[in-house]
Design a protein around this ligand. Sequence first.
Ligand code: ZN
Ligand code: ZN
Length: 221
Amino acid sequence: MKIKAALSNGAEAPFELAEVELDEPRADEVLVKLSAAGVCHTDLTMKALWPQTMSPIVLGHEGAGVVEAVGPDVTGVRRGDRVLMSYRSCGACQECAAGHRTYCRDFRTLNALGSRPDGSMTMRRGTSPVYGSFFGQSSFASHALAYESNLVVVGDDVDLSVAAPLGCGVQTGAGAVLNVLSSHQRRGARRVRRRRRRPVGRHGGQGRQGEHDHRGRPRRG
Ligand SMILES: [Zn+2]
Ligand SMILES: [Zn+2]
């Protein structure tokens, strides 16, 4: 089918809006009509670093839209579902099984080859290949081919332009705060509690508890 996409032709060239041909969904693929897409710094970094020999490419990895068609093996989403797209994961490796899908052993193969894992392209312009399958979506386009592992169905009341950046930027930031920063804070708080208990023991026998502050200095007043 014919779609519109923003092609990246290298670091210096501006994005080019063009009509390209997108494959019909394969058995495990989901065709999503985009309503919104976030722009993450990874898109811009990849635009700057992506090899010229593998250009043009359609970037974009924070898409949200409505499912238009699904392949026969897809069971988790249906036509008409409103979805946001994130990164792909295999669901079967050790990291995925432990719940750490971001560290999927096949992450690069599934998200950053510029093609499907089998090397086939999802898009072309005339007879020339257009690289894509970026994070299993390439969402800088009117339509994208995605997969069950990188789709989240959202409710009818969710604004899709708000849902889109949840796929990468927001969840990455939230993960940094909830999993890293808060655990540092918990460790810091434990250290402070240990320090506060110490003076009583360190100055044991020199005075009653309460006569020194938490650093062991004599209390004034
Ligand atoms: Zn995996
Ligand atoms: Zn991102």
